[in-house]
Design a protein around this ligand. Structure first.
Ligand code: SAM
Length: 206
């Protein structure tokens, strides 16, 4: 089933072999409650409790591809959720900092993910302002839909760093990649539309 899912993602345009290999290796059904495992290899987002979702596999692959990760890159993920995206980033050799707003999910994933051998640095709090105490980052990936582009996140990038963020309303968002060219110059590129749960917090939907 995992092989078929990877085929589907390739057909949708994902090319980076390292990401496909990571997704082939990581059992997505481990991130599902037992009664829902039959849904684990559908290319769909799925509820993980607390009104939140594990992102669609294609979306995980798409956002990860935009990050262009090199081994050792320091990456901030905003929206830990199930921990699946964090594990994929770690498979690519990233040094992962991940922050989750919902305390129940934070505690659940912090105790579960290390059992699979993935130990990102977990944080609980409002990631709409980033995680300034550990900045700067080579990449920041936001896995919830933001109402605007939070300037705090741009500030926390290294020169050459990238911010991948869906921005829009509560139903549809455009995926953006921002690159910090130098301290005062940013390039911005828009990609396809996606549909994420809302980014909460001070710079989110409150
Ligand atoms: N990356 C996750 C995964 O692999 O399962 C998908 C996460 S889900 C689509 C989005 C997550 O963002 C939810 O768990 C939600 O609680 C979290 N979130 C929303 N607003 C946040 C904020 N301001 N700071 C940190 N996490 C936030």
């Amino acid at each position: 089933m995992r092989k078929l899912l990877i085929k589907e993602i390739v057909a949708k345009g994902i090319k980076d072999r390292r990401i496909l290999d990571a997704m082939m290796k990581l059992p997505r059904h481990f991130f599902f409650d037992d009664i829902f495992v039959s849904h684990a290899y559908e290319d769909k987002a799925f509820p993980i409790g607390q009104g939140q979702t594990i992102s669609q596999p294609y979306t995980v692959a798409f956002q990860t591809e935009l990050l262009e990760i090199q081994p050792g890159d320091k990456i901030l993920e905003i929206g830990t959720g199930s921990g699946y995206q964090a594990a994929i980033l770690m498979e690519l050799g990233a040094d992962v900092y991940t922050i989750e707003y919902n305390e129940v999910l934070y505690k659940k994933t912090k105790s579960f993910l290390p059992n699979l051998g993935y130990r990102p640095k977990f944080f609980h709090g409002d990631g709409s302002k980033g995680l300034p105490q550990h900045a700067p980052y080579d990449g920041i990936i936001v896995t919830a839909g933001a109402p605007t582009l939070p300037q705090d996140l741009v500030k926390q990038l290294k020169v050459g760093g990238k911010l991948i963020i869906p921005v829009g309303n509560d139903k549809t968002q455009v995926m953006y990649r921002l690159k910090k060219i130098d301290e005062n110059k940013i390039s911005k590129k828009a990609f396809n539309n996606f549909s994420f749960v809302p980014l909460r917090g001070e710079k989110g939907w409150k």
